[in-house]
Ligand binder design. Structure first.
Ligand SMILES: [Mg+2]
Length: 199
């Protein structure tokens, strides 16, 4: 479904980081192999560990995240989209499962204007609505006036649970999960055009 310009601009837009603002950063199968864990959530596997094994696994995850953040690349259209939002007075937040350190590295590396960054140290992870609601509180905006943009299932589920309109970034792929986004765009250029089209 093409995204028709809505009549009203949001007060804020929240973005996922990995795969949304940036090109995919993390090689999850490689991280799981290095950590010695099977398929599934890396953070859940970490939470089930304890003692030295957990510390060692955490160190492996941080090393991967830091290396990936240091060579991160923005998705096409990212900078232009953020400039459009800024010029329209729309606040920007980022909700990521990545570590605070790696998120900071990414945003400093690219000089991106992000008002609020919520990482896994700050709140329960998506698909919990808490990190999104926390970002809205810190930005001083209502969930009903906010959009969440992400390329993953958890982004859409978290937005729906928070009462936030969701935009799924498809990268031209078919959606392989059940949660239904409010709208769908192929890339950040398309989203930029939407904002440019709203008066
Ligand atoms: Mg993502």
């Amino acid at each position: 479904m093409p995204l028709k310009p809505p009549a009203i601009l949001p007060a804020a837009v929240l973005f996922d980081m990995d795969g949304t603002l940036t090109e995919p950063l993390l090689d999850f199968p490689r991280i799981r192999a290095d950590m010695g864990i099977g398929p599934g959530s890396i953070l859940a596997a970490l939470a089930d560990m304890s003692g030295p094994a957990r510390l060692a696994a955490e160190a492996i995850l941080h090393r991967h995240e830091d290396e990936a953040a240091g060579r991160s690349t923005l998705n096409p259209g990212c900078r232009e989209l953020l400039e459009t939002l800024s010029s329209r007075g729309i606040l920007v937040g980022c909700i990521t499962l990545n570590s605070r350190e790696s998120a900071r590295t990414v945003f400093q590396r690219h000089g991106l204007p992000i008002e609020v960054i919520i990482t896994r140290e700050d709140a329960p992870p998506k698909p919990s609505p808490e990190p999104l609601c926390g970002a809205c509180r810190r930005l001083g905006v209502a969930e009903a006036d906010t959009w969440m943009v992400g390329d993953g299932q958890f982004d859409i589920e978290a937005g729906a649970a928070a009462g936030i309109r969701t935009i799924w970034l498809s990268h031209g792929k078919q959606r392989a999960f059940h949660a239904v986004p409010w709208r769908e765009v192929r890339d950040l250029w398309e989203l930029d055009q939407i904002f440019k089209g709203i008066e």
